[in-house]
Design a protein around this ligand. Structure first.
Ligand SMILES: NC(=O)c1ccc[n+]([C@@H]2O[C@H](COP(=O)([O-])OP(=O)(O)OC[C@H]3O[C@@H](n4cnc5c(N)ncnc54)[C@H](O)[C@@H]3O)[C@@H](O)[C@H]2O)c1
Ligand SMILES: [Zn+2]
Ligand SMILES: [Zn+2]
Length: 351
């Protein structure tokens, strides 16, 4: 089969590799119909994630059909159309039992790390993928949910909702700011309304992304990178700051920005993956009674989000800006990696 193979920092190829086979009774083989590229894949290609070694097939998002099931699989059969979650989940370890799939203790990849696809085991940017712990890591896609909608639930929608909105404790009437209106920030914007946010302020440097954020439910937008960005945010609150500030970029500045606009007693929810040390000014923050949260997505809310996509209550397909075929994979990467120029949000790669 063909797959997108990491060749070390800066190197990748659409190469011929062996087709995966069942290794464990709990495995399933999925023939991918639709996949996409995540910002994390670009981080890997820069060499920011040293755990990814040359030869690894990238990708952790996908929709496809089952072609083979392991001997202990009872919930799925050959031919089922499924959504692949970006997080492995054995379903039986102490962490899985409490819904903390991000720290599944199953041996696959590394025990204690839920994100294994395209990281510690071969991923979904391929014609076929082996899915470990398939009983708890796959979801049947209803016919009315398109592949493109489904693939938005592998990673970005659960991430924006769980780590942004739920960890941020959004509640009815809140003023919520989301810093970074990329796919993950937009997913947080789209799901903040589920808990009754009164105002959702999108903050970004890129005016195109700010414009897009309104389609996902942002009520207000603030361009950052200007001297008065903070005053502009404060003017949209009662003057004391936002109730919840969600960071969806992953650089030190934007985390600091979140702490500067949150009101006393409010929440800062960090979603961004940080590669550099981030200053935390406890000397000034301690007296503000702020809750700070962070984490890796669990994808335990996927079944709920799937219902909302099915009933067209979440704008999942709106995330798609570009479409490619499997043999155009390198072109898809090129378009996605130049998002500021190409206005790419999510690029779809499909058969
Ligand atoms: N915690 C998790 O489980 C998890 C899962 C998936 C992704 N992530 C992380 O979430 C973050 C967002 O992902 P994405 O795919 O949406 O990223 P992205 O790069 O597509 O979007 C980031 C957005 O931030 C904006 N931005 C950059 N610098 C800014 C600044 N100084 N001020 C305001 N806006 C700024 C960019 O213009 C862009 O629109 C990344 O760090 C990603 O690694 C975390
Ligand atoms: Zn991802
Ligand atoms: Zn587990």
């Amino acid at each position: 089969m063909k797959a997108l193979v990491y060749g070390g920092p800066g190197k990748k190829s659409w190469a011929e590799v062996p087709t995966p086979t069942i290794k464990n009774p709990t495995d399933v083989i999925v023939r991918l119909d639709t996949t996409t590229i995540c910002g994390s894949d670009l981080h890997i290609l820069k060499g920011d994630v040293p755990a990814v070694t040359p030869g690894r097939i990238l990708g952790h998002e996908g929709v496809g059909h089952i072609t083979e099931v392991g001997s202990s699989i009872t919930s799925f059969k050959v031919g089922d159309r499924v959504l692949i979650s970006c997080i492995k989940s054995c379903g039986s370890c102490p962490n899985c039992k409490i819904g903390l799939y991000s720290h599944c203790l199953g041996e696959e990849g590394v025990s204690g790390i839920g994100w294994v696809f395209g990281h510690l085991i071969d991923g979904t940017q391929a014609e076929y993928v082996r899915v470990p712990y398939a009983e708890n890591s796959l979801y049947i896609l209803p016919e009315s949910v398109s592949d493109e909608e489904g693939v938005m639930l592998s990673d970005i929608y659960p991430t924006g909702f769980e780590i942004g909105v739920q960890y941020g404790g959004v509640k009815p009437g809140d003023v919520v700011a989301v810093i970074g209106a990329g796919p993950v920030g937009l997913a947080a914007i789209a799901t903040a309304g589920l808990y009754g946010a009164a105002k959702i302020i999108a903050i970004d440097l890129d005016s195109n992304r700010l414009e897009k954020s309104r389609e996902f439910g942002a009520t207000d937008t603030v361009q950052s990178g200007t001297a008065d960005w903070k005053n502009n945010v404060m003017a949209l609150t009662d003057g004391t700051g936002v109730d919840v500030a969600i960071e969806a970029v992953g650089v030190p500045d934007t985390f600091t920005m979140a702490t500067e606009i949150v009101r006393p007693g409010g929440h800062v929810a960090n979603i961004g993956v940080h590669g550099k040390a981030v200053p935390l000014h406890l000397e000034s923050l301690w007296i503000q009674n702020i809750f700070i949260s962070m984490g890796l997505v669990n994808t335990n809310t996927t079944p709920m989000l799937l219902k909302l996509v099915e009933s067209k209550k979440l704008p999942a397909a709106k995330m798609v800006t570009h479409r490619f075929s499997f043999d155009q994979f390198l072109e898809a990467y090129d378009t996605f990696s130049r998002a500021a120029e190409t206005k790419a949000l999510k690029v779809i790669i499909a058969r």
